[in-house]
Write a protein that binds this ligand. Structure first.
Ligand code: ZN
Length: 131
């Protein structure tokens, strides 16, 4: 039983214990608890669905690894090797985040904007990668 279901069950028991005499109030509380119960059930269904989706995604990733091996004859352990050719990294002076830019972005007349904090970043030309 989920934590939400436990709490709803607790409320249900609490209400029984109160022995509410006003029939209208009792009806209202019953309806509220019933609604909460329905919400708890639906959330639980969603959890199951999300878990199934996660499993499917895992399977897809596993399959993709297989295709990588077939296409490139390698598994993904060494995939970082060819990433850095057109990118270089800059540490943002404003937020300290390491940002990866490609060279085309250097030609932007507005300069570079940190995607993390949206502050402009000054680039020292010496930081540019060798051609
Ligand atoms: Zn930043």
């Amino acid at each position: 039983m989920s934590r939400i279901s436990e709490k709803v069950a607790y409320l249900d028991g609490l209400m029984e214990g109160l022995e509410i005499e006003d029939a209208k109030q009792k009806k209202l509380f019953n309806a509220i608890i019933d609604a909460l119960d329905t919400i708890a059930e639906e959330l639980s269904d969603h959890d199951d669905a999300i878990e199934e989706l996660n499993d499917s995604i895992d399977e897809i990733y596993d399959d993709m690894d297989d295709y990588d091996e077939i296409l490139y004859g390698e598994d993904d352990d060494d995939e970082d090797e060819d990433v850095d050719d057109d990118f270089f990294e800059v540490v943002c002076p404003s937020c300290g985040e390491t940002i990866y830019f490609d060279e085309d972005m250097l030609d932007n007349p507005d300069g570079l904007i940190c995607p993390n904090c949206n502050e402009p970043i000054e680039i020292n030309i010496a930081d540019k990668p060798e051609e």
